[in-house]
Design a protein around this ligand. Structure first.
Ligand code: ZN
Ligand code: ZN
Ligand code: ZN
Ligand code: ZN
Length: 156
């Protein structure tokens, strides 16, 4: 099975005083501290293993880091940048997590897909929209639909 998240463990090691100091993969200086971090088969100062986005110290926030496109990221930023929100209820394609989405009940939509599915009218903030049989409808189409249903002759 393919692993979707590129996560790697971080180990904190105690530096043995009699060993040769290791070079830090972040700043390329020797690590002379008492502790060092080991991640991605490299050694790091505690301060140097940082999230490329929010600069949090990864050795502190957890024992996992995420990498993608040569970036080292914390879980939160990784998910924000590269995770997925879900499938758009209108076009059923995946929505990347960093994209703005519209939500209606438990459905998510691309901004571009969030329109009345009968007349294609877009909605602005504050506009009313309706969900019927999982279709987004503008007020006009929704009410028209209600009228039709309400006044359709009952054939028995
Ligand atoms: Zn360093
Ligand atoms: Zn971060
Ligand atoms: Zn869509
Ligand atoms: Zn409409």
């Amino acid at each position: 099975m393919q692993k979707r998240e590129q996560s790697f463990g971080i180990q904190m090691l105690t530096v043995q005083p009699d060993t040769k100091p290791k070079g830090c993969a972040g700043c390329n200086r020797k690590i002379k501290d008492r502790y060092l971090l080991k991640a991605l088969d490299k050694y790091w100062h505690e301060d140097c293993l940082k999230c490329a986005c929010c600069e949090c110290r990864l050795g502190e926030v957890g024992s996992t880091l995420y990498t993608k496109a040569n970036l080292i990221l914390c879980r939160r930023d990784y998910l924000r940048l590269f995770g997925v929100t879900g499938n758009c209820a209108a076009c059923s394609k995946l929505i990347p997590a960093f994209e703005m989405v519209m939500r209606a009940k438990e459905n998510v939509y691309h901004l571009d897909c969030f329109a009345c599915q009968l007349c294609n009218q877009r909605f602005c903030v504050g506009d009313k929209f309706f969900l019927k049989n999982n279709m987004i409808l503008c007020q006009t189409d929704y009410e028209e639909g209600l009228m039709k249903e309400g006044y359709s002759p009952q054939v028995r």
